[in-house]
Design a binder for this molecule. Structure first.
Ligand code: B12
Ligand code: SF4
Length: 422
């Protein structure tokens, strides 16, 4: 029996404002991989841990290794927690150098080759999706280096994330206004990959094509969790939920016709250029209570520069359309985008206040590897430059409290004060 320990590294579960809330869910990508390995690969035993949730110390991690005695340790990664993943791998190899170490996730996918330069404790880096790639790892005990397999086209063929593999009782409850109560929230992922090109985002790390599950498959996952876990609140994690209006409408009809819409509440996000009145109305009827838009800026020139495919008129119309349908609407904005000035940021704040949103957040721009803004800062384009004391590749600076880059007259002092102000 091969024993595999899967985990999320990190000393915090998110950046900036989102940190105010406790950790509500396990990592969805990790959940997919661990479920697939447990259900589809014979001869393995799995265990999971969530370090930021448990606030686990290095000593507690070492105790976990000693008690479980895994043959493989497999971690997920984003840029803000990659340094901690390296630390956990170091502890793992110091404890037993024969334990195979595997790294997956967005950061590992984007900078696969750099991982081996930054840590000598990583044996395998998975580029892209981890489900089928893990079959290769189990088949080949001597496999090392980068493993990359083709994207999974038929996402309906995957097992639903098995949340019983996580200690769900320890996660924070989420409040639903619609249900008037707090309950555990369950992530549902309807698609992988992103066809859009927002210059601050690395949304295409799982491909530039949106690969979608069928509405029926998604409906069955919701139904399963309602029936087997008493799930009441869901978060559909897709950042562009309404990209395929037909499928969204089918899903909504299934939720309404089955009566499930009366028992649940769900939240999701989309883009203002994918707004549709009839779909928003159906979503509300099907249990959707909150829609999040990435609005980003209140200045038309900036919106064009960041390739958001939208403008202030469209933003106002779409927010109003969603509100008219009964949905609560929230939005997020980014300060410090390429070409921006202090005057632009002040205009964005004014604009945010005119929209009648249920809430909004202002983030300071983070510079993620694999994005256009990364190259712009490297090449000092559009007034962009690294903030003093920030070096590309210093992964500990990702926190959204402090500026990573300056732009035109938007210096570190102004940006950091803005975070305190809003
Ligand atoms: C949904 C989403 C969220 C959700 C859920 C995230 C979650 N971890 O469960 C929420 C809203 C909570 C969220 C939060 C954050 N997110 Co987010 N999010 C996304 C989004 C829109 C989709 C990601 C997704 O669910 N894909 C589908 C799943 C199935 O894929 P996956 O997680 O990558 O997992 C697959 C592979 O990566 C791989 N894999 C993953 N882990 C492992 C582990 C092993 C061992 C193996 C073998 C393989 C493997 O296999 C998985 C299955 O095939 C992307 C942008 C996009 N369009 O892709 C941004 C994105 C991933 N998020 C991002 C960021 C920065 C964050 C936050 C840090 C922001 C914040 N406010 O603090 C937090 C961090 C939270 C956390 N602890 O994970 C960045 C990451 C950039 C980077 N280089 O770090 C992205 C790319 C957007 C961007 N701005 O560029 N996010
Ligand atoms: S912000 Fe959303 S739509 Fe734009 S590239 Fe990222 S994931 Fe895609």
């Amino acid at each position: 029996m091969i024993k595999i320990l899967f985990g999320e590294p990190g000393i915090r579960h998110a950046e900036g404002g989102t940190q105010k809330f406790g950790k509500q869910t396990p990592n969805i990508g990790l959940a997919y991989v661990v479920t697939y390995v447990a259900q589809r690969i014979p001869g393995v035993q799995v265990k999971t841990f969530d370090k930021p949730l448990l606030n686990m110390s290095n000593k507690e991690y070492l105790d976990l290794l000693k008690n479980y005695k895994p043959n493989i340790v497999a971690l997920t990664s984003m840029s803000f927690n990659i340094s901690d993943a390296y630390k956990l791998f170091k502890i793992t190899k110091s404890y037993d150098k024969n334990i195979r170490t595997v790294l997956g996730g967005c950061h590992a996918t984007t900078l696969s080759q750099d991982i081996f330069k930054e840590s000598c404790d990583v044996d395998i880096v998975i580029v892209g999706e981890g489900e089928k790639a893990f079959e290769e790892i189990i088949k080949n005990p001597n496999l090392k280096g980068v493993v990359k397999v083709p994207f999974i086209e038929d996402l309906d063929s995957l097992p639903f994330p098995d949340w019983s593999l996580f200690d769900y009782d320890k996660y924070e409850l989420s409040y639903s206004k619609r249900l008037g109560k707090s309950s555990h929230i369950y992530n549902i992922s309807m698609k992988r990959g992103c066809p859009f090109s927002c210059i601050f985002c690395n949304g295409g790390y799982l491909g530039k094509k949106s690969r979608e599950r069928s509405a029926e498959n998604v409906f069955q996952e919701i139904k399963y969790n309602v029936e087997h876990r008493n799930a009441e609140i869901f978060y559909i994690t897709d950042s562009s939920f309404t990209i395929n209006i037909k499928d969204v409408q089918i899903l909504c009809h299934k939720l309404i016709d089955s009566g499930i819409s009366k028992k649940i509440a769900w939240k999701t996000g989309s883009r203002v250029d994918l707004a549709d009145k009839k779909t928003f109305e159906l979503m509300y009827e099907a249990g959707c209570e909150l829609l999040f838009f990435g609005i980003e800026s209140g200045v038309n020139k900036t919106l064009t520069r960041i390739k958001k495919r939208t403008n202030l008129t469209k933003i106002k119309e779409s927010v109003q359309m969603a509100k008219d349908a009964g949905l609560r609407v929230t939005g997020s904005f980014i300060a410090g985008l390429p070409g921006d000035t202090k005057a632009d940021v002040e205009k964005s704040i004014e604009f945010a206040n005119t929209l009648g949103l249920s809430g909004y957040a202002f983030h300071i721009l983070d510079i993620y590897p694999g994005t256009e803004v990364w190259n712009m800062v490297m090449n000092n384009e559009q007034g962009m430059r690294w903030a003093p004391d920030v070096n590309p590749g210093n992964w500990d600076v990702y926190n959204r409290h402090t500026a990573m880059a300056e732009v035109n007259d938007l210096d570190t002092e102004y940006l950091n004060k803005l975070h305190e102000r809003l």
